[in-house]
Design a protein around this ligand. Sequence first.
Ligand SMILES: Cc1ncc(COP(=O)(O)O)c(C=O)c1O
Length: 418
Amino acid sequence: MNSDFSEFLSKYLQKSKNSKYSIPLAQPTFDNLDYEQGIKTFLSGNFTMGKKVQEFEKKFAKYLGLNDSGVMLNSGSSANLVALSVLKNLEDKDRLKQGDEVITPAVTWATTVFPISMVGATPVLVDVEKNSYNIDVEQIEKSITKKTKAIMPVHLLGNPCKMDVIMEIAKKHNLYVIEDCCEAHGAKYKGRKVGSFGDLATFSFFVSHHISTMEGGMVLSKNNKFSEIARSLRAFGWIREIKQKKNIEKTYPDIDPRFLFYLPGFNLRPTEIQGSLGATQLPKLEKFIEKRIKNNNYWKKKLSKYEHVINLPNTEKGNRHVYFAYAISLGEKAPFSRKKLVTYLEKKGIETRPVMTGNISLHPALQKIKHKKTGRLPNSTYINNNSFLIGNHEGIDQKEREYVSNVIEEFLKQNGIS
Ligand SMILES: Cc1ncc(COP(=O)(O)O)c(C=O)c1O
């Protein structure tokens, strides 16, 4: 890189570090190469869905072992919408129809649930486990009716769901599985990467995620037919990116093939700059994950003696949790409120937030969409009222790690916990 440009970049980046928190929830991980390649891509004059997007799609699909199936989109929310729309646009009797049900956890991000409703299906909200924050697999089978068509598990906060159980239930009841991996890049269930189990997988590359393209997402599938449909849906429903387009063209000889609309699609296309960022960020993903694991292990060691009052993140042995953030839950016997702890952390410059939406069924938006709940969702409500997140990311090193655990210990001691 030209040294003038490098100097300009470092000065500019210093100025743009403007968080009021010493430990923010998220921090961009773009380095000089990301910026240089991103700017070059911008200057190339190719703005949307070209070689850079294709390069990232190929590389990310390969990383997951889902060769050549990547369809990059402008967000993870769009990835969920497209994944569900793929099922809706299948031609056979197994397509997702109006009024069909899709089972998903009650603690997730809003745009896991809303797209289910947008494609005309009914979200069925199932409780999560208190310790893993993931869908309680025992509640899944109880939720199955004649209308159930799919399960949409979410590997929440980077913790893999019990995929062997979920896939077995899906097989038994002939259901599709869409894995929402938006928080779980590189997470592994029993040694296998999440996203490689279900019929479709979705990812987000928003700034706070393990790798970022600013905004961005991807849908992937083992099934070529699904990827083809996703490719068409992402760009207006036209046939330009479809590999089998010759056959369709022949069927409609009177329509200009450049403007032949095959499916009722959207415009959810990513820009080339986003593709470029994905391609330069991906080689750093494993390093970013290792840092998050290191942060977690440090906090686990320092704080596990307080596990009678605070619950720390957990995963099953043999899994790789990738810690989208660091989750803390008050134990039933905690003699202080979440508000008191969170206020203390915020005062000390440690940013906090709820666990995604908390229990999504409590939000007013749900009054506007038809949905079902399995039981009273007690664990989701517990998490809603007693849990919170702090940042766990590339910007946290030994000094920050120590600071966080010292502040938490200080609070606990002030509240009579030893
Ligand atoms: C579980 C989950 N699903 C979907 C999304 C949506 O991704 P995006 O913000 O890129 O639209 C997110 C975003 O954080 C998420 O956490």
